[in-house]
Design a protein around this ligand. Structure first.
Ligand SMILES: C[S@@+](CC[C@H](N)C(=O)[O-])C[C@H]1O[C@@H](n2cnc3c(N)ncnc32)[C@H](O)[C@@H]1O
Length: 213
């Protein structure tokens, strides 16, 4: 059984590099491997010179948002983030106050939040690390995770630009085959990927859709 209270290699690295959570290294690895923030070659969604727009679902405490804002820069990118909880301001050094950032505190399944998010799109990347608070009951947890994954997929269907990409966190064990099938219909490439920074014993993984058709 892992000791989740004890900071591990990735948590200590995150603190040192100015991120509130170790989860940043999962996104970083997927970005480095699949070029999530590269506009080129992915069709009209990320055309040359245009602002690259990113949606971060389940964003708190804010590591993915910080990584994304640092990477896309103030002139070339815009980030909309949403979470039930507020973001940590410990490491952002004013980045969360920038004009190219908009945070919505709320439930990503709620219609009001959907409207606010939709109004700031379309996006070139939808990244969802949203996860339910775990109960310890695996079938309850996987069912809740599946609902959040489906929500992220619906965002991709509605507000992701052609050529854009999608990252979804999902707990393995539920009906993930259906999600993968829908990803294959929607994207040129669909795959699952477990980054190194996922805890070995964790049953989370990520599904990616690259190049929206
Ligand atoms: C693993 S954390 C995300 C970590 C984040 N990517 C980071 O790097 O800091 C999962 C987040 O999903 C959020 N979440 C779960 N259900 C949600 C919902 N229905 N609407 C919005 N956020 C939700 C939780 O509040 C939690 O902050």
């Amino acid at each position: 059984m892992a000791d989740y209270k004890k900071p591990d290699y990735w948590s200590l690295k995150a603190q040192k590099e100015g991120y509130p959570a170790r989860s940043v290294y999962k996104l970083k690895e997927m970005d480095e491997r699949f070029g999530l923030l590269k506009p080129a070659g992915r069709g009209a969604g990320a055309s040359g010179g245009a602002v690259f727009r990113v949606l971060d679902l389940g964003a708190a405490p804010g590591s993915w948002s910080l990584y994304l804002l640092r990477k896309i820069g103030p002139r070339a990118g815009f980030l909309c983030a949403a979470d039930l909880s507020p973001l940590s301001r410990q490491y952002d050094r004013g980045l969360f106050d920038g004009d190219n950032f908009f945070f919505i505190q709320g439930d990503i399944t709620a219609s009001g939040v959907r409207e606010k998010i939709g109004g700031r799109g379309p996006y070139n990347l939808v990244a969802s690390d949203a996860a339910p608070a775990t109960t310890g009951n695996r079938s309850v947890d996987t069912a809740r995770s599946l609902e959040l994954a489906e929500t992220a997929l619906v965002y991709a269907e509605n507000v992701l630009a052609k050529g854009g990409s999608l990252v979804i966190k999902i707990f393995q064990g539920g009906d993930t085959a259906e999600i993968l099938k829908r990803l294959k219909d929607l994207f040129e490439t669909a795959k699952s990927f477990k980054p190194e920074a996922c805890r070995n014993e964790s049953f989370e993984t990520y599904y990616l859709g690259l190049g929206k058709k």
